[in-house]
Design a protein around this ligand. Structure first.
Ligand code: GLU
Length: 475
């Protein structure tokens, strides 16, 4: 998973806005990052290894001139975390630049084809075949848009990619299959991004790009095409207001802001659709088997949920790591209920598992935070965490709200939704006190220990998952 963003406007300097968007998608990938801008019909690429701030300090990504560009924050799948492997990737003539989220399964075959034709590769990534394939198509006289139309069907695997070219310096062309890509429009400006959160505060119209659809973005006009190149008219939605919050307020960083928001978001977690919870709870009780699939923090929340389901609802369920889910696909069936948990609703392993589960006829309930997600689209029922955008890389308020959702579901199994919702509201006040009373003390302890090379979290039973969440180390 990684974050991609493209931006074009009539108002000159675009890189600072692209950089801001990348910051908001840092949770999607953070081993290396880069930006490609078109300035005076020339392509300028800056990229490097490290956190976004480290790369920016070195290469000044946010100061690259130009009115149009693309940016990427990477989570490497093919090729190590090195400068040459960092996106954007270019063609042989350095006129086309591409950023990509996903995996091109047949990249080796395409690369061999291109090598035979004399193309020169710089990276070990699967992605680099895309700009070279586009170069080939454009050499035949095709426009960038037609080149994307011709190349996309040759790519097997999952992708969302954006391409720019100095020969058509007014546009960004993007397409997707299996990986997310949204298009956002504002006055005289257009964006494409993996996550609408990257566009917070910038747009007033949002479009979800469908599988294999193509978008051609210019500052004043954005056009959509289907995979055959036929123009299509898509319906815009309004970006949700709370997802438009774009600043840290008085906090030095988003994670602290999000920790402080927890009492408020916990309150929001209690305001759920009672009918939906009761209906899902009955499905849980009726199902022959209940499998929760998730990874990272969401999986730890699910492990807590498993204890709650057992002790309150008297229902045993299994929690399967999303990347392992495929190995249990044989035992799924119509009477299986799969609960998929993902803050973003875009976690690839979770989505792949849910696709398999759907094929076997299983019922899918997802627990997500982000409105309009791929996971939501694949589910029979969606439960929202209601905690607004979580920009910090570490899960804070979303983890807490996931726990609240499992708590509510467990009590819904024994017809006590109202009592559980009431308890969550009470707890939210206690959480406010805990944060307030301990804020300085926790800061002092953190100052004392943050440089320690090892830290052990010890717990058992229901608290084991909490200890595991605490011990997740993120840069
Ligand atoms: N497969 C590409 C790479 O390794 C993109 C990675 C991603 O989507 O995170 O660079």
């Amino acid at each position: 998973m990684c974050g991609i963003i493209g931006y074009c406007s009539n108002n000159g300097h675009a890189s600072s806005i692209i950089f801001e968007g990348l910051k908001r998608m840092e949770y999607r990938g953070y081993d290396s990052s880069g930006i490609a801008m078109i300035s005076r019909d020339k392509l300028i690429v800056k990229k490097g290894v490290g956190t976004l701030d480290e790369v920016n300090a070195k290469y000044k990504l946010d100061k690259v001139p130009g009115h149009l560009g693309i940016g990427h924050t990477r989570w490497a799948t093919h090729g190590g975390v090195t400068g040459p492997n960092t996106h954007p990737h270019c063609d042989c003539s350095n006129q086309i630049a591409v950023i990509h989220n996903g995996i091109i399964d047949n990249y080796q075959e395409l690369r061999d084809e291109l090598l035979k034709k004399g193309h020169h590769f710089i990276s070990e990534t699967d992605t680099e075949v895309i700009p070279h394939k586009l170069e080939d198509e454009m050499k035949k006289g095709r426009s960038l848009e037609d080149a994307v139309l011709a190349v996309a069907p040759r790519l097997r695997g999952s992708y969302a990619f954006l391409a720019i070219c100095t020969k058509e310096p007014d546009r960004i062309v993007g397409t997707r299959k299996g990986s997310p890509l949204v298009i956002g429009l504002g006055p005289h400006k257009a964006f494409a991004a993996s996550d609408s959160m990257a566009l917070a505060g910038q747009i007033d119209q949002l479009y979800m790009l469908g599988e294999a659809e193509i978008a051609v973005l210019t500052p004043d006009k954005t056009t959509f095409f289907d995979a055959t190149g036929k123009e299509i008219h898509k319906k815009a939605t309004k970006p949700a207001m709370e997802w438009n919050e774009s600043d840290k307020g008085d906090y030095p960083y988003f994670m602290l802001k999000e920790i402080m928001e927890q009492p408020k978001t916990l309150m929001a977690a209690s305001q759920q659709d009672k009918e939906l919870f009761i209906s899902v709870a009955m499905d849980i009780l009726r199902a022959d088997q209940v499998i929760v699939t998730a990874c990272g923090s969401s999986r730890y929340a699910a492990l807590v949920g498993r204890y709650l389901f057992s002790s309150i609802g008297k229902k045993f369920c299994e929690v399967v790591m999303a990347s392992e889910f495929q190995y249990f696909a044989d035992s799924l069936g119509k009477n299986t209920l799969v609960i998929a948990v993902s803050q973003s609703g875009e976690t690839l392993d979770v989505i792949d598992g849910v696709k398999l589960a759907r094929q076997s006829g299983a019922k899918i309930v997802s627990i997500v935070n982000r409105p309009q997600s791929l996971l939501g689209e694949l589910s029979h029922h969606v439960i929202y965490l209601n905690c607004g955008p979580e920009i910090g890389v570490c899960a804070t308020k979303s983890f807490l709200n996931q726990l609240a959702v499992f708590y509510l579901l467990s009590f819904s199994m024994v017809h006590s939704f109202d009592m559980a919702a009431d308890n969550i509201r009470k707890v939210s006040k206690q959480v406010a006190k805990v944060i307030e009373w301990n804020r300085e003390g926790i800061g002092r302890i953190a100052d004392l220990y943050y440089k320690s090379s090892d830290c052990y979290y010890i717990a058992r039973g229901i608290n084991f998952a909490i200890a595991s969440e605490g011990s997740m180390r993120k840069r």
